[in-house]
Design a protein around this ligand. Structure first.
Ligand code: HAM
Length: 416
């Protein structure tokens, strides 16, 4: 028997209620905040992602890379920001009034070790506001992410923010961090030994118990910010306060991707143990330039839909069920089947969701199916009803039955 590949899963109809609910809120809020939808392909030129991260970065190691029949090296989309920036440049969106505000709901692929909340295919709802360095925009994006998650009914969410500086001030901090870490070399976990050489900021993100004590004493990046970055970070906080958004400063938030500058943030659900982020993002003021565009500041976030569903279930949030069919049309006999077919078609044309029995089953098994579909009404057409041009209308919750003219069934259901 085939199974879905490890780290991926099918989304069964009963799960889809969560997806519709989450996507509905996302689309509604994006419209409210002035973000427009933009869809990018599920695979991109490998170099697009490779360009945005140094060799050995997690995102590069985890990418699904393949060559197509022409020999072009492609990668399944690992995240949404680089493709959106590529589209921004490719379609000349820089010619529009800035910022250009976009959103997306996409699958993302990362070859990670599958565990709860960590999959090889996951889905992200993300927004990107491109072309403006205003700290008010950082605050808007953080507010939007928080409002999205809390409007789903999630409680106990907390926002953590940090600033990781810019090209000018970050190198000084990285030097200080390296200097601080070198005496601890022997005590570092194998991953942190690599991080120290390749990507020191990520040292602060390590979850290994053995590295925690070392992290606690590490210098704080906020003590190394240049005056522009300091002012920007203070302004972001001022706007967040004005918006009534509660946040915590956490100098350990550095994010898993390498394109960030200045503001970075994550939202986590409250609870015991290591909390995994429901969403995160930040500023990436150099990325568009690195992809060949003019210097263009930008900020955005993405939230993981599977992780949100886990949180909704953990918090017992009830989501609206998907709409069910209203009517089930049962029949007995060949002539009745024809009438049933015509009636179902009429119902559907009038916008009444209807299911037609098939397979010439017994009435008992047709009613059993109607029950399991949880329809409001079952309409039964037998030989007698065909002769009289009527149908039996059964209210499935009360069990009451009445005989009505066949031609009036649709208008009757519509009225009710
Ligand atoms: P990210 O933090 O890598 O950021 O991913 C965003 C969200 O996707 C995470 O907070 C998490 O909820 C979810 N996620 C990530 N990896 C997995 C996984 N393996 N399994 C399940 N869920 C996962 C980005 O991707 C950035 N592009 C966000 C951004 C947008 N920054 C600026 N703009």
């Amino acid at each position: 028997m085939f199974k879905a590949p490890r780290g991926t899963s099918d989304i069964l109809p009963q799960e889809k209620a969560y997806w519709r609910y989450i996507e509905g809120k996302a689309v509604y809020l994006c419209q409210l905040y002035g973000y427009q939808p933009l869809n990018t392909p599920v695979f991109e030129d490998y170099q697009l992602f490779a360009h945005t991260a140094p060799d050995g970065a997690d995102i590069i190691k985890e990418m699904y890379v393949f060559e197509d029949k022409s020999g072009q090296k492609l990668a399944l989309t690992a995240e949404g920001t680089a493709p959106i920036c590529r589209a921004y440049l490719e379609h000349g969106l820089f010619n529009l009034p800035q910022p250009v505000k976009l959103y997306y709901i996409i699958p993302a692929f990362r070859y990670e070790r599958p565990q709860a909340g960590r999959y090889r295919q996951h889905h992200q709802f993300g927004v990107e506001a491109i072309g403006d360095a205003d700290p008010a925009l950082d605050a808007e994006v953080i507010e939007l992410m928080y409002r999205f998650l809390s409007s789903l009914g999630l409680s106990g969410l907390f926002i953590e923010i940090n600033s990781i500086g810019c090209r000018k001030c970050q190198p000084d901090y990285v030097e200080a961090l390296k200097k601080y870490y070198s005496p601890f070399w022997d005590r570092l976990c194998p991953d942190c030994k690599v991080r120290l050489a390749r990507n020191p900021l990520r040292l602060l993100d390590c979850k290994e118990v053995s590295c925690q004590e070392i992290i606690t004493g590490a210098p704080k990046i906020t003590d190394y910010l240049c005056s522009e970055c300091q002012i920007h970070f203070q302004s972001v906080q001022k706007y967040l306060t004005a918006l009534g958004i509660t946040y915590q400063l956490n100098h350990r938030i550095v994010r898993g991707l390498d394109y960030y500058t200045r503001t970075v943030f994550e939202v986590k659900p409250e609870g015991k143990g290591v909390q995994i982020a429901l969403g995160g993002g930040g500023r990436y003021d150099n990325l568009i330039e690195e992809l060949g565009g003019k210097p263009t500041p930008a900020v955005g976030f993405a939230a993981g839909i599977e992780r949100i569903i886990i949180a909704l279930k953990n918090q017992n949030v009830i989501v609206p069920a998907l709409p069910k069919p209203v009517a089930y049309v049962a029949y007995l006999g060949t002539q009745a089947k024809l009438e049933a077919t015509k009636l179902v078609s009429r119902l559907r044309h009038q916008g009444i969701a209807a299911i037609q029995a098939t397979g010439d089953k017994s009435l008992k098994s047709q009613l059993r199916q109607a029950n399991s579909l949880d329809v409001k009404y079952t309409i039964i057409i037998g030989e007698k009803e065909v002769a009289n041009e009527t149908a039996v209308l059964r209210d499935m919750s009360s069990g009451e039955q009445e005989t009505v003219p066949l031609s009036e069934v649709a208008s009757l259901l519509e009225k009710r």
